[in-house]
Design a binder for this molecule. Structure first.
Ligand code: UDX
Length: 447
């Protein structure tokens, strides 16, 4: 009989995982403790912007006309325990307030609420990003709490999905990593992922700590790549080089590769910043803090980029205070194709300038609602051209396609001064210069 799957937590990770599991042909029951989320998902609506996710949900959510009916949602732990053979834990692990460490309270409480009802045989699969050692601890906790005892097992299966590509990354993962303690657990997970495995996704089997570390080390590596190129941007600024050409040139070496070498205002979002901090905190607890001190530098290079963008804007306005200056900000989300503004470098820059007295007007294709909620005192406009109207300087801070397709001529007529700063190295300098703009990008004083 086909496996039945449950997904605990319906944020980015969980909602996407639940829909993807239904797409792979399984009966799926999703659980969340927030009633509004369950109601929305039950209507086939997604609480965030993620390309393709709503369509996938509507294709499978029970009760929607024409759907397969394979996907349902509930708030009832007993129902979830009764229903599922394999239970995926997808709740979030935010940074603790005032500390680097990660807050495990949602994972702990999800595992405990579920375990109490599990009579076995079941597999609980952790997907959340956790400090190494958590799986070991949670496995013991499950054994303590589950009425099914040893019949209830744990596995760790980190998730590598990127916002904006969540559906595709989940259905066609570039690798599947499973930390397991038994052949039974491995066999079950091979069954769950049979389709992507058949399509060629590599399946890597490890122990618990390795599986947990794969996730945090992958994110640390990505963060390091971005901060490396941003460090080169700083040197290019000082030496009069062009970091975009430099990145292109070193990227031809396929040991280095072209990806994740776009210099600019740096990384943000709900993952990279908090994951590298939690990793440092955990290494400290393990007595291996020296191994990760370099991540502190990665973090500070990254945070410095935001301040440098503010300084570039100040220089572009003549070097004095921002007081009374009108600043247009294109982009609020931490990356394009997402409405996520968590730790967004764009909003951070906008906020800094606003707090220094600048009159900032922000426009973002999808992030306006979230940005307004987080930063209600900034000015907001309904379109790029409205944000730019009357501006003394324009800052391009999130590389949405919509911004690359803007007409610099039309914008030039709306702006008070034709000065654009590209904080993402994503616009075409020639195009803007031809339309009479002064174009300046980070790490490219000569470009
Ligand atoms: C990241 C990991 O990529 C993913 O595998 C993991 O599961 C979750 O964390 P995500 O947070 O969606 O995914 O963002 P990502 O695409 O990695 O981008 C992170 C940030 O880095 C963004 O703010 C982006 O603008 C920035 N970035 C990316 C750069 O500044 N330069 C680059 O070259 C690439």
């Amino acid at each position: 009989m086909a496996l039945k799957i449950t997904v605990i937590g319906t944020g980015y990770l969980g909602a996407t995982h639940a829909a993807a599991m239904a797409e792979l042909g399984f009966e799926v029951l999703g659980l969340d403790v927030v009633p509004e989320k369950i109601e929305m998902l039950g209507r086939g609506q997604v609480p965030m912007f993620e390309p393709g996710l709503e369509d996938l949900l509507r294709k499978h959510v029970a009760g929607i006309e024409g759907s397969t009916g394979r996907l349902r949602f509930t708030m009832d732990w007993a129902e979830v325990a009764e229903f599922g053979d394999v239970h995926f834990v997808c709740v979030n692990t935010p940074q603790k307030h005032g500390e680097y460490a990660c807050d495990m309270s949602y994972v702990d409480s999800a595992v405990e609420s579920l375990a109490k009802h599990l009579r076995g045989p079941n597999l609980v699969v952790g997907k959340s990003t956790v400090p190494v050692g958590s799986a070991d601890r949670l496995a013991a906790r499950i054994l303590e709490l589950a009425p099914g005892g040893g019949e209830v097992e744990l596995a760790w299966n980190p998730e590598f999905l990127r916002e904006g590509f969540a559906v595709d990354d989940t259905l066609h993962p570039d690798r599947i990593v499973v930390g397991v303690r038994s052949e039974r657990a491995e066999k079950l997970l091979r069954e769950v992922y049979a389709t992507p495995i058949a399509d060629g996704s590599p399946f890597v089997v490890t122990d618990f700590p390795t599986a947990e570390l794969v996730k945090t080390s992958a994110n640390s590596f990505l963060a390091t790549k971005i901060s490396f190129i941003n460090a080169m941007a700083e040197v290019c600024e000082a030496a009069g080089g062009d970091v975009a050409r430099l990145a292109e040139a070193i990227g031809h070496d396929d040991r280095i590769g072209k990806k994740f070498l776009r210099a600019g205002i740096g990384f943000g979002g709900g993952c990279l910043p908090k994951d590298i901090r939690a990793f440092m905190a955990r290494a400290g607890e393990l007595g291996a803090d020296q191994a990760l001190t370099f991540l502190r530098e990665i973090d500070s290079i990254n945070m410095r980029q935001r301040g440098q963008m503010v300084e570039l804007a100040r220089q572009a306005l003549g070097g004095g205070p921002f007081l009374g200056k009108r600043v247009a900000v294109l982009g609020a989300t931490f990356k394009p194709d997402s409405d996520d503004v968590r730790d967004s470098p764009a909003l951070n820059v906008a906020g800094q300038i606003h707090l220094q007295g600048g009159q900032v007007t922000v426009y973002d294709p999808k992030g306006m609602g979230n940005a307004r909620r987080l930063f209600p005192t900034l000015g907001y406009a309904d379109s790029a051209i409205e944000a730019v109207r009357g501006a003394d300087v324009v800052l391009h801070l999130t590389e949405w396609r919509e911004f690359r397709e803007l007409d610099p001529r039309a914008l030039g007529e709306a702006a008070a001064a034709r000065v654009i700063l590209d904080g993402r190295n994503a616009l075409d300098p020639e195009l803007w210069r031809k339309a009479g703009w002064s174009y300046r990008a980070m790490g490219r004083p000569t470009a």
